[in-house]
Write a protein that binds this ligand. Sequence first.
Ligand code: NAD
Length: 256
Amino acid sequence: MKLQGRRVLVTGSSQGIGREVALRLAQEGADVIVNYRSHPEEGESASAEIRALGRRSVAVGADLANVAEVRTLVERAAQELGGLDILVNNAGIEVHDAFLDVREEDYDRVLAVNLKGVFFATQSFARLRRNAGQPGGRVINISSVHEDLPFPNFTPYCASKGGLKMLMRNLSIELAPLGITVNNIAPGAIETPINAKLLHDPAKLSALVANIPLARLGKTQDVAGAVAFLASEDAAYVTGATLVVDGGLTWNYSEQ
Ligand code: NAD
């Protein structure tokens, strides 16, 4: 119960990593606002699980690609919980296409959700923290190993996560006077719906696992544990960092 009384917003938390993060932080004692885009019933079910733990939770719909909706989401989350202490920027999408075939609308959508949405959610959160008049706050971005590693045929995704790395590093300096720490978590290959195609392709899956020193895909719990650490007092002096959660994939990959 390291997060007793903390007020948290997790974007894109109706499924996958975000849902696991929301539940884990609630298990640690936090009240958590769940955000969904298109499936209110999934958002509501995540929220109900959190309330069953005795924590406060509401599911709020918002499209992270839309800045007006992002601002309303952060404000509504703060209204529901009487303030916000922790923002987890988790919502993210990817589009598979050769660079030569990428369509402008797909580029725009990936960059809007993965980078612009994080930018303005964090701005709204930081303004709230400033107006609250008490120093402190945590921003934790779910980035990817592809903030560093190339991933051919996912160029907009890599550009968004590379941008997220520099956004995080800049904000770790700019938001330090407000006492807000800003860090990224870089998951490797995690078992979630985003990887549905891969999970159903035994040949691709075993080739991938062969490159992971710990010889398995990551679980959503592996990422949620790292978020719980960065959200806790144990991480009070950690800012401007990327915590890689990839079973060793990055260094193995670098040696290919
Ligand atoms: P997922 O597809 O299961 O979940 C993505 C979540 O984001 C969903 O809840 C979805 O509703 C939400 N979302 C998507 N677009 C949205 C929008 N416009 N507005 C609001 N919410 C939106 O995928 P996941 O694997 O859980 O991914 C979560 C994060 O982790 C993403 O940022 C992703 O890039 C990152 N990540 C995942 C992996 C992996 O292997 N699964 C690896 C590295 C990084």
